[in-house]
Each structure stands twice: as C-alpha cells, then as structure tokens.
Design a protein around this ligand. Structure first.
Ligand code: HEC
Ligand code: HEC
Length: 384
C-alpha cells in the first residue's frame, strides 16, 4: 500500500468522525428542543426479562412468566429505585448524591447511554463504536487485572478524559462533585443491570424468584467483586526503561513474535487499514483491532495506560491479556509500549512506518546499538 493511500485513509477517517459528529448534533439538538412535558423517565425491562415471555403460546405459561416479569420489576424498584430517585444496591434509600448523579446523567449521558444504561440512547444507532451498555457490569479501561471490575478511579478518569477516537466526549468542565455523582450513578445502573440479568436467569430456570433473604444474598455476591477491585491495581513490575531505537525495534520484534500483528497488522495499523475483523465483543458488536499507529488511544495515551492494556487485555473484547506470557520478562511489555508509541509518532511526523529493512535480522543488540538515532529516522522520512 502506498504512502499517499495511507494519508487518504486518515483523511477518510476524519470525514467519518465529522459526519458522525454532525448526525449526533442533530439528534441531540432535536432531543433538547422537542416537546419535553412527558411522563417521568422510567427504567425499561432488559432483553433477558423481555425474552421470558417470548414464543410462549400456552396461556397458563404466559401468565406465570408475566407474573415473574412483574415480580422482577418490583424487586428492582425496591432495590434500585427509579431514574430520578435512584438507590444504590448497598443502600436502603435514595440520596442527594445519587440524585445529582441522575441529573448530570440525564443532561449529558442519556442521549448515548440510554435511561437504563443499556447503551441504547437515541444517538446510539448513528455511532460506531456503540456507547457502552453498562448493564453487563463489564468495563474496558481498567487499571485492574483481566476480568476484574474497574476501580471507581478508572471510571472517573474515563469520564474526565473521554474515549479518544470515539464519540465519548471528555467531560473536563464538570465539577469534581458532579463527576463523582455521575460515576456513582453509572455504577448503580451497572449493578442494577447485573441484578436484573441474574433475576431473569433464575426466573427462567426455576420459574420462581428467591425470597427476600435469597435476594439479599444475591446482591451481596454481586457486589463483592466490585468491592474487591479497589485494591487490585496493576502496577508494572519494573520501571519504564528509556525509549531508544533499540527498545523500539525490540518491541516490534516482540510484536511480530507474539502475533500481535495477526489482529493489529504488521505495523500496528489495525482493523482500520486492513479491515481485520476479530470477532464480536461482549455487547454483541463487531470488534475491530485498534489502529495502534493513529495516536488515538481509547484507553489513554500515557505509557502506563498502554502497558495496562497489554498486561490486562481489554475486558469484553478479543484483546487478550499478556500478563502470563511476559511474566519472566517484564521489560518486554515496555518495549511493546515503545514500539506502539513510535509507530504513531512516525506516522504523525509523516514518516513511513518502520520497514522490514530497519528490523535486525538475527541478534537484536548488534544491529540496533549502531543504528544512528536521528539521521536514520530523517533519511527514511525523506524516502516516503
Ligand atoms: C456522544 C455519545 C456519548 C455521550 C454523550 C457519552 N458517552 Fe460514554 N461512551 C460513549 C461511547 C461510544 C463509549 C464506548 C467507547 C468504547 O467502547 O471504546 C462510551 C463509554 C463510556 C464508558 C465505559 C468506559 C469503559 O471502561 O468501558 C463510561 C463509564 C461512560 N462512557 C460514561 C459516560 C458518562 C458518565 C457520560 C455523561 C457524563 C457519557 N459517557 C456520555 C459515548 C458517549
Ligand atoms: C485476537 C486479536 C488481538 C491480538 C492477538 C492482540 N490484540 Fe490488541 N487489541 C485487539 C482489539 C480487538 C483491540 C480493541 C479493543 C476495543 O477497544 O474494542 C485491541 C486493543 C489494543 C490496545 C489498546 C489501544 C487503545 O486504543 O487504547 C493495545 C495497546 C493493544 N491492543 C496492543 C496489543 C499488543 C501489544 C498485542 C500483542 C502482544 C496485541 N494487542 C494482540 C485485538 C488483539
């Protein structure tokens, strides 16, 4: 693929982002000016609850499952309240803090993430990637190990910085109190969603719901991984070594050796360039391997952010965790970070990606030590 084609694709990407922003503006604006005197917002039943009565024909069976749907709604109203008067699962009643969370959410988040947090707001059909459906309790950008819940601080950071390269905006003008409140509201929606799924599954299997005590037990179990995650932060085993040509080249070597290129492409350009499809994510959307050279890191651009994406993988997506693989060679992850950083920097400076000729053949150390840093990159930039 030629270099001019490469920049044309970047330009196309920007057009797409622009078009999405325009559509979004229209949708959001229509939402604001439209008639607003409607019934108070309410949570709608999730797909698992709705499916309880799907394809039923027998009147008696329909009555049983409709009864169960009503019971689930009753339990959820008691444990989680309504959108305007929300209750956190570990609390008995609503609070001013969560009510503030609701009002921030209703203002800034509902159009994408939906009243129930199912990711189905009015703007969602126009967006790719889709806004997060919180109801699975799965979050992508965590500082915790693979498969673990996020820490509160992770969600605060995501809301503050936005998700670069997607429609998720950075809410950097909200006060600390507002961000705190909206994050607790998101957590409440998420845990409500998990409880709803669990109840739907029990109703489906047992044709009845547990008693009050049983439900309290389920809630306790459901909350425990959230509580555990607060002290499970992933910290690198070694400090980041300085970034040199040598570490970049070592990183590229590892990138190819450990088959990162299978999903992300040889130079990390990902699904955007080659249309690599890598499966479906937890939320049922098509996954695409990130373009690691775009300079837009969804999970944050600090070296530690990229380190954690590699170490812990990305929950809910095909991006695997490499914690075990690099157990005995912790610097390897830093070298991968260096390669990823460099591939994006070169692209932004208008330089072609590292070519195979730049890669050492047999021994890493020999070739890269005598590679002149400045002049080498300059000359390859001119050859583009
Ligand atoms: C214009 C649409 C839009 C708006 C408005 C929006 N989001 Fe998002 N949000 C997204 C998209 C899209 C993603 C998914 C990004 C991805 O999957 O990489 C997302 C993801 C998230 C995530 C998940 C991050 C993770 O680790 O998985 C959280 C939390 C979140 N948004 C919170 C909020 C909050 C809180 C608000 C309001 C203050 C908000 N969002 C407003 C589009 C939006
Ligand atoms: C099975 C396919 C697959 C393999 C193998 C894979 N990745 Fe990924 N990777 C993905 C997908 C898919 C995403 C995007 C996840 C999302 O945000 O939806 C991703 C995202 C990432 C991100 C996050 C970028 C951002 O926007 O924050 C980094 C960093 C990354 N991969 C590095 C690597 C490295 C390094 C390797 C090899 C050690 C690797 N990946 C192997 C599929 C893969």
């Amino acid at each position: 693929m030629s270099f001019s084609h490469f920049s044309a694709v970047i330009f196309q990407r920007q057009l797409v982002v622009f078009r999405e922003a325009l559509v979004l503006f229209v949708v959001v604006f229509a939402g604001m000016t439209g008639c607003r005197r409607e019934a108070p917002p309410s949570f709608s039943p999730g797909p698992e609850v709705q499916e309880l009565t799907k394809d039923l024909e027998d009147a008696e069976e329909i009555a049983i499952y409709e009864g169960l749907q009503r019971q689930i709604a009753d339990v959820l109203r008691k444990t989680s309240g309504t959108p305007e008067n929300p209750i956190a699962l570990e609390e008995e009643e609503t609070s001013d803090h969560l009510k503030l969370g609701y009002s921030v959410y209703a203002h800034y988040c509902t159009q994408c993430h939906g009243v129930s947090g199912d990711g189905n707001g009015p703007a969602a059909p126009y967006l790719n990637p889709k806004p997060r459906n919180y109801t699975h309790g799965v979050f992508k950008f965590t500082s915790t190990p693979y498969g673990k819940k996020p820490r509160r601080a992770d969600l605060i950071r995501t809301v503050r910085r936005g998700v670069t390269g997607t429609s998720m905006p950075a809410f950097d003008r909200l006060s600390d109190q507002e961000v705190d409140a909206v994050v607790d509201y998101v957590l409440a929606l998420s845990q409500r969603g998990e409880l709803e799924r669990e109840l739907a599954m029990i109703a489906y299997e047992d044709e009845e719901l547990p008693d009050e005590e049983g439900i309290q037990e389920i809630i306790k179990e459901l909350l425990s991984p959230w509580q555990d995650s607060s002290d499970q932060i992933v910290m690198p085993v070694t400090q980041m070594p300085p970034m040199t040509d040598k570490s970049v080249l070592a990183g590229h070597q590892l990138f190819l050796e450990h088959a990162c290129n299978k999903c992300h492409g040889k130079y990390g350009r990902g699904g955007t360039m080659e249309n690599v499809e890598v499966g479906v994510d937890t939320w049922g959307n098509k996954a695409a391997a990130a373009d690691l050279s775009s300079g837009m890191f969804r999970g944050g651009e600090r070296p530690i952010d990229i380190y954690r994406r590699i170490y812990s993988g990305i929950n809910g997506t095909p991006m695997p965790a490499f914690e075990k693989l690099f157990q005995d060679n912790p610097d390897a992850i830093w070298q991968l970070v260096h390669f990823i950083k460099s591939t994006g920097e070169r692209r932004r400076q208008g330089k072609p990606p590292l070519s195979e000729a730049d890669l050492p053949e047999a021994s890493m150390s020999e070739k890269s030590t005598d590679a002149p840093t400045e002049s080498e990159t300059k000359s390859s930039g001119e050859s583009a």
